[in-house]
Every structure is written in C-alpha cells, then in structure tokens.
Design a binder for this molecule. Structure first.
Ligand SMILES: *Cc1c(COP(=O)(O)O)cnc(C)c1O
Length: 412
C-alpha cells in the first residue's frame, strides 16, 4: 500500500493501522472507520451503515450534514472565514445579539472549544472576585463538584478527580475545592469569603448522566446569592436542546450567573463555544485581557447563527422531550435484563451495565456489530445521545439493538 496513492481506497483495517502508527494513542476508538454521514446515520469505508447514538458527545445534536447549518457554512465559506478580532465583521454582532437573546444574558464572549469556555469562565470569575467582590489579591477560590468533567487543559484537569485525566500532568493550578455532587451542605461548608464561584455541570455528563437530586440546584442558587458567589453552569454538553430544554438548568428552575456553551453550538461543523453572563460579570474584561485568534470568527458565527435560529423555534427541544420519554420507557424495560440502572433527561441517557455481564465497552462492541454507535464511560456505564433528528422507529431500533447486545453477552 503506497501512502501517496492516486486511489486512496483502503480497507478499514488499513485506515486504523495507519492512524495507530502515526498518531498519539490518547483515544481507544471502536473499530469503525466512518467515511460519510447524513442525519442520524454514518456509513463506514466498506459501505456499512450505523445509527449514531453518540452524536460526537452532543456536538451533532441537529444531525450530520444538517441542511440549514451546512447551507449557512457554505454561504459563509464563499464570503469570508477569518478576520481575527482585530477587525469587526458582519456576522459577529448578529450572532452575539441572537445568542444572548436565546440564553437570556446581556453579553457573550465567543471562544472555540468547551475547555476554552471553562478557562474563560474561570478567568472572568477570578477577575470579578478581585474587582467587584473585593477578594484579596491571589486568594480567589472556586468550588467544583467531584466526578466533574470540564475539559482537558492543565487548569481544568487540576480540579478533576479522574486519575487518567490528572496523573503525571502536575503541578496543578491551585484555587479549587471539590465537594460531592448533590450535597448542598458540603457545598455550603466549602464556601468562604474568598470564594468567587461555584462551577457545576447541572447534569454530570461524562460521569454517566448523573441528574442533580431534587432541590439541589435551587439550593446552590440560594447559597451563591447569599454569599455573593457566581453560579457558573457548564452546559457545554447538557445545553442546546439535548435535555428537552434549551438549557438543562431550566428543568430545575434555576438561572445561574454564567453559562458555558460549546459542542452543539458549532452545529457539528466547526468548534464554537461561548461564555454568557450579564454586564456586571462579563463587563470586567478590558481589551488585551483575554482573547483567541479564532474565537468569534465569521464562519463560526454564521454556523452559530443557524444553530441559534433552529433553537429559537423550540422544535428541537420538544423533539428531545418527546423522544426522550420514548427512550426512557424503552431503556427501563431493560432494567433487570443486563441493566442495573437507567438515568435520563431528554434524549440523553446513562445506562449502568450489570458487571456480571461485561463492561460498558463490551456492550459498545456488541452494539457496533448490531449497527449502533455508542460510547461507554467509567467502566460500567453506557451513554446514549442520538441526534435530535432521529426518527421514533430508529430510536426503538437502537433500544432493540441494545437488548440484543445484552443477550449476546449473557449467552457468551
Ligand atoms: C465536552 C465538555 C467540555 C470540553 O469541551 P471540549 O470542546 O472538548 O474542550 C467541557 N465541559 C463539559 C461539560 C463537556 O461535556
């Protein structure tokens, strides 16, 4: 096989070997090589079709190749794609106006990846703490939850408790205190006069779609208000219709001081993330204090505007809610049949696999054989997050494939 061939037709095994020989091994992908995708389906290099039940961790909420998003991107590709923020461009203002209106905050700071949105939120909260709250220089702390996932940068992994994410990457950024997710008393005890923010995923995604206990987020809101602490909701994965609402926080009747968005905001086309807050918070930044070459670029803004426009109708939120009920009913029928517990909100589910049967990874491998792509997390948990454009019959097909996969493992 020549590397520089005119006819780059290779087998799946050849593509996998080429990647493994020439890339860092920081992922362990399932053995499928995707060549094309449309809606809820992907096709591999041999022409096999699979139902995508991961949606790139919710970055493809609106389906692969979504016409409205791709049209917006194509149109912008022919105009201008990158200017840097040294100049204005005609997509920036409209994107910021439309996104802030959707989310209900006064200001937005656009970035690219989710981890950058988290980093931005941390910087803004610290600066707010020193300049507005009056925390003594260098003393700001933030309270975070155990089992969090907020990205992969050195500061973000400093407050992770996942040994894989953390070990060997120190020294760690100080100024974070972790408390158990769902324990309001522990959170209250961790807040002191130097606390500038509480940073939480309203629903912990990578931890296995862990829902907050009843009343927890409302209590967090109360504590933050009482102690003059910013409540930062990392909705990078939970936000933008996945759970049946524009923002997962809406399910719990709370409005945080700052939202972090990402993933689906880029429509599955380009990385787009954003930090949203009111002027008393985001207004602390002056020119030169934060930035990004690509953040808020014309292509990202054009794609983001298409996404915001689609969310403004409420159609996708409603779809996630209705299909989510169907998914939950299907998954609950598996409890006791290889599944020990199911947690879900909208079209987003964490499924605990009976350890006697096998690991989450083993189930994913069987699902692949039955034509469904999904991802395990933390050993025994399977996570499902199909595109919100999935059809009801396809969703039933995914549950059926899971039932068969569990049966395969039980009889092997
Ligand atoms: C994925 C994710 C991030 C990080 O996003 P990247 O784009 O991978 O940097 C941050 N927070 C949450 C909750 C996420 O799910």
């Amino acid at each position: 096989m020549s590397l520089f061939t005119d006819t780059p037709v290779r087998t799946a095994t050849e593509y996998i070997q080429l990647g493994e020989a020439h890339s860092a091994a920081n992922y362990a992908p399932l053995p499928v090589v995707i060549a094309t995708a449309r809606g809820s389906w992907v096709t591999d290099v041999a022409g096999n079709r699979y139902l995508d039940c991961l949606s790139a961790y919710s970055a493809v909420n609106f389906g692969h190749g979504n016409e409205r998003i791709v049209d917006a991107a194509r149109d912008q590709l022919g105009r201008v794609t990158l200017t840097s923020r040294a100049f204005h461009h005609d997509q920036f203002g409209p994107f910021c106006a439309e996104l802030t209106a959707l989310v209900g905050k006064q200001l937005v700071l656009p970035m690219n990846t989710g981890a950058e949105a988290v980093e931005t939120g941390i910087k803004v909260a610290r600066k707010w703490g020193y300049r507005v709250k009056g925390v003594p220089a260098g003393r700001a702390n933030m309270v975070v939850a155990a089992n969090n996932f907020h990205g992969r940068t050195t500061t973000v992994i400093s407050f992770s408790d996942d040994p894989d994410a953390r070990a060997d990457f120190g020294p760690y950024t100080p100024g974070f205190r972790a408390v158990p997710f769902g324990d309001a008393a522990a959170l209250a005890a961790a807040i002191n006069g130097d606390t500038v923010a509480v940073l939480l995923e309203p629903v912990q995604g990578e931890a296995g779609v862990i829902l907050p206990p009843p009343g927890y987020l409302a209590r967090v809101r109360e504590l933050c208000t009482r102690h003059n602490v910013l409540f930062i909701a990392d909705e990078v994965q939970s936000g933008l219709a996945r759970t049946g609402r524009t923002l997962a926080c809406e399910h719990y009747g709370v409005v945080p001081d700052m939202y972090l968005l990402g993933k689906a905001l880029g429509g599955g086309v380009v990385p787009v993330s954003a930090v949203l807050a009111d002027a008393d918070v985001l207004g602390v930044l002056r020119p030169g204090q934060h930035g990004s070459t690509f953040g808020g670029n014309p292509l990202a803004c054009a794609v983001g505007r298409a996404v915001v426009g689609m969310l403004a109708t409420g159609e996708y939120q409603e779809r996630a809610r209705v299909l989510g009920e169907q998914l939950r009913a299907g998954l609950e029928s598996l409890v006791g049949h290889g599944v020990t517990a199911v947690r879900s909100l909208g079209l987003w589910a964490g499924i605990d696999v009976d350890p006697g049967l096998g690991t989450g990874r083993a189930v994913c491998e069987r699902l692949l054989a039955h034509g469904v792509l999904a991802k395990d997390t933390h050993g025994q948990t399977l996570r499902l997050a199909p595109p919100l454009v999935i059809e009801p019959a396809e969703l039933d097909g995914a549950v059926e494939a899971l039932r068969r996969s569990l049966k395969d493992l039980a009889s092997s």
